[in-house]
Design a protein around this ligand. Structure first.
Ligand code: COI
Length: 354
């Protein structure tokens, strides 16, 4: 790959945009016209291509289907009042994608491939970025191994793709979540910090059991003792306890969420106390009972800030108080939203203008 990146663009003949009901977007069901596709072979990333979004063909022996070398990211793009396209913290997603790549024995994506590919793709599909409040363009970069081979070893070839989905809210109401004390999401030395497909596959069965019991999501606890709160799989978890924002420290078991990082940065800038520390489930439940836990919410790219209404633990539901108008989770949502939309001066260098 040379310094001057060539991108081959094969535009769609007829856009599908007229078929989309932008007033009723369901998260993850609508796909913009184009996708970026970059192949890795012979030890190098090949010329990026932008092609019409659509099915791809592969061998039944494609290794990612069998051995799980598959990683992904989630980012969002918005239009500001002047119609310019803004992406929230894409560099942070690239860094995390490459951390996942290293752990999963996959090649890292060069910055120019990621950023220039993303830029060209968003320019081409900018008409698909919804303008309606609460909506955005969800960007899904991902990479998977493509060798046709039956054997457990790192593949020699890979494909990196970015596609875009105009989306509404991921969660549409406050969440009922269940503290999971039987199944685990990740353990020390494992891959919990990486955004690999298997982490999500492993969560489906326990989450289905929780759904069947009337909960929307799981609060994962630590693998060794099930005593400490980790994350929710689709988002990190945050709590306002007294006057302090409390969240689990990221390590090798928890995804280092970019919304999580952003919430912490804003809270600190506002002079709020922030504790990244182990939070025992027992402390959480006691805090809900005695009123010191004021707010519980998830933070993630898809979820943004997702308020939690109820926490289920050992068969008992514990309700969080109603959020007042000036709740931290409301204010921090507004702040981050205004930064993403370009309504607030971006003093932290979080917004990338396409
Ligand atoms: C994201 O927040 O971007 C994620 O990847 C979570 C996913 C479950 C939609």
């Amino acid at each position: 790959m040379t310094d001057t990146l060539q991108i081959e663009i094969h535009p769609i003949e007829k856009s599908r945009i007229d078929t989309v009901d932008f007033d009723n977007l369901v998260f993850g069901r609508t796909f913009a016209d184009h996708m970026l596709v970059v192949d890795y072979k012979d030890g190098a990333w090949q010329t990026p291509q932008i092609v019409p979004y659509g099915p791809i063909t592969f061998s039944p022996a494609m290794m990612s289907l069998h051995y799980g070398q598959a990683i992904f990211e989630g980012m969002k793009a918005y239009k500001n009042a002047a119609g310019e396209v803004l992406v929230f913290r894409p560099q942070a997603n690239l860094n995390r994608l490459n951390q996942s790549a290293v752990r999963m024995c996959m090649p890292e994506i060069p910055e120019n491939v990621f950023m220039e590919g993303l830029t060209e793709l968003l320019r081409l599909d900018s008409a698909w970025i919804p303008a309606k409040p609460g909506c955005s363009m969800y960007i899904r970069p991902f990479m998977f191994s493509t060798d046709e081979y039956v054997g457990v070893t790192p593949s020699k070839t890979y494909r990196f793709i970015i596609f875009n989905c105009p989306v509404g809210s991921y969660y549409t109401k406050p969440l009922r979540v269940k503290v999971e004390t039987q199944y685990i999401r990740s353990a020390h030395g494992g891959v919990g910090f990486s955004k690999n497909a298997g982490n999500y596959g492993g969560s489906l069965y326990p989450t289905k059991l929780a759904n069947d019991a009337g909960y929307d999501q799981i609060i994962w606890t630590d693998a060794a003792t099930h005593q400490y709160v980790e994350e929710a799989g689709t988002m990190n978890l945050m709590f306002v306890i007294g006057d302090t924002l409390v969240t689990a420290p990221t390590g090798d078991t928890i995804l280092d969420g970019i919304t999580r990082k952003s919430v912490i940065a804003v809270a600190k800038d506002w002079g709020m106390k922030v504790e990244e520390r182990q939070l025992a489930v027992a402390e959480l439940i006691e805090g809900i009972q005695n009123g010191t836990v004021k707010e519980a919410f998830g933070a993630g790219t898809a979820a943004v800030i997702a308020p939690i209404s109820t926490i289920g633990f050992e068969g008992v539901d514990y309700d969080l108080p109603e959020r007042p108008e000036d709740a931290f989770s409301r204010r921090v949502y507004d702040e981050i939203n205004n930064i993403r939309l370009g309504n607030t001066v971006d003093t932290r260098g979080w917004v990338y203008k396409v």
